[in-house]
Design a protein around this ligand. Structure first.
Ligand code: GAR
Length: 211
């Protein structure tokens, strides 16, 4: 049995591609049933279509407000039959109502070791702060931006000559490993959201990746 999963994107879709590639492997516990973008020009839509995945656009600009945008998003998700939702570079903040309806069934990836460097340009924030390691976090989505307990984090070194582009590329390579690994654990029933925490079925689950 595979868990039907939708991926929400806004742009390039490289994490989406990593999830599609993983889900195409035999035995992977999740099946990607839809890729939905809030931007009609998202490059990831073409890649998903090439991979034979149903795509949909729910353009936030086509709706008078967030309530109507999210109703349309709900319709697209319902039509796909998705049980899980993976945000992969989806750059709209979802309302508490939307998130609370699927607590424990919606996850996000963010290019920092949360709770450090929430929000925009986290790689630049890491450089500005002078940290020596950063990385990425796959976390359950809760109503606050880039909040919610981690399922899996990957550590990435910050190298002395790094600019934001170099660090972003190194973190992105780690994201492409981290997201499929986290989705595997979640879809396998290896972790659940309980009382605001991620509770793992196997205390030895690999939830931290190192370089
Ligand atoms: C990724 O680095 C992802 O972690 C980040 O946007 C990028 C999307 O790239 N997401 C966030 O910053 C969310 N707060 P992609 O479209 O190639 O996957």
């Amino acid at each position: 049995m595979t868990v039907k999963t939708a991926i929400l994107i806004s742009g390039r879709g490289s994490n989406m591609t990593a999830l599609l590639d993983a889900a195409a492997q035999p035995g992977f516990p999740a099946e990607i049933v839809a890729v939905i973008s809030n931007r009609p020009d998202a490059k990831g839509l073409e890649k998903a279509a090439e991979a034979g995945i149903p795509t949909a656009v729910v353009d936030h600009k086509a709706y008078p407000d967030k309530v109507h945008f999210e109703l349309a998003l709900e319709d697209a998700l319902a039509a796909s039959g998705a049980e899980l939702v993976c945000l992969a570079g989806f750059m709209r903040l979802l309302s508490a109502e939307f998130v609370n309806r699927r607590l424990g069934r919606i996850v996000n990836i963010h290019p920092s070791l949360l709770p450090s460097f929430k929000g925009l340009e986290p790689q630049k924030q890491a450089l500005d702060a002078g940290v020596r390691v950063s990385g990425c976090t796959v976390h359950f989505v809760t109503p606050g931006m880039d909040e919610g307990p981690s399922l899996l984090q990957a550590v990435v070194p910050v190298q002395p000559g790094d600019d934001a582009a170099a660090l972003s590329a190194r973190i992105l390579a780690a994201e492409h490993k981290a997201y499929p690994a986290a989705l595997r654990i979640l879809a396998d029933g290896g972790v659940r959201f309980e009382d605001g925490r991620a509770v793992f079925a196997d205390p030895g689950a690999e939830t931290a990746l190192f370089p």
